[in-house]
Design a binder for this molecule. Structure first.
Ligand code: COA
Length: 178
């Protein structure tokens, strides 16, 4: 007697959406590499800037959002947004089943591991996916870029063009070279 086969589980219909959360103050070429990798895996990628209740940051959240939008024109299906509260709540709100994070070096592992575990406890249906950047982006971070710029160093190589322009304008307005 032939037994009936159980059909394989089907992926849910609709676009596959991923959220890439962070502070992006400002977005760097390292972040962009992660976004490019993620956009080849998902139909839609939302770069999500977490609002901090007390920290103002180097650029305002609105400016960071605008700078991201100006840097991702070559990537269809990618957009920027800001969110308040928990990142898993934002994922649910936009229908994302995955959260993307970049894993640069061993030092990133411990905090990322804790955050992924906490997020899984809060929302087991949302997966955290780690993407590893190319070696030249392994040590890049937003604060490193800000520090190099504040000392007049060559920071442009680490950030997309619109961010470099915005940083130059900022230092020019302050009467300093960047
Ligand atoms: N390229 C360059 N830099 C990168 C990078 C990459 N691929 N990946 C990470 N970084 C850098 C960032 O530039 C930043 O550098 P800085 O500290 O020098 O500015 C640093 O790594 C921290 O990364 P970021 O991605 O901004 O994460 P974060 O640890 O500040 O977290 C949120 C930001 C928004 C994801 C987090 O605060 C959050 O989820 N908040 C909401 C509350 C919540 O849900 N918490 C989790 C559950 S408890």
């Amino acid at each position: 007697m032939q037994r009936e086969k159980t059909p394989p589980a089907r992926a849910p219909s609709g676009p596959q959406i991923a959220v890439y959360p962070g502070s992006f103050d400002p977005i760097t070429r390292g972040h962009l590499e992660i976004v490019e990798r993620a956009s080849s895996l998902f139909d839609e990628v939302i770069i999500a800037i977490g609002r901090h209740p007390t920290k103002h940051g180097y650029f305002s959240v609105e400016r960071r959002c605008a700078l991201i939008e100006a840097s991702i024109g070559h990537l269809p299906g990618v957009r920027a947004a800001a969110f308040d509260g928990l990142v898993v709540d934002f994922c649910r709100e936009v229908g994302a089943k995955a959260m993307v994070r970049g894993l640069r070096a061993i030092g990133d592992f411990e905090p990322e591991f804790r955050m992924a575990q906490a997020n899984r406890d809060l929302a087991p249906e949302i997966e955290t996916i780690f993407l590893i950047p190319r070696p030249e982006h392994m040590y890049v971070s937003s604060s490193l870029v800000r520090e190099i710029a504040s000392h007049g160093g060559d920071f442009e190589r680490y950030v997309p063009g619109p961010v470099a322009e915005a940083m130059h304008s900022r230092y020019a307005a302050e009467g300093r070279e960047a």
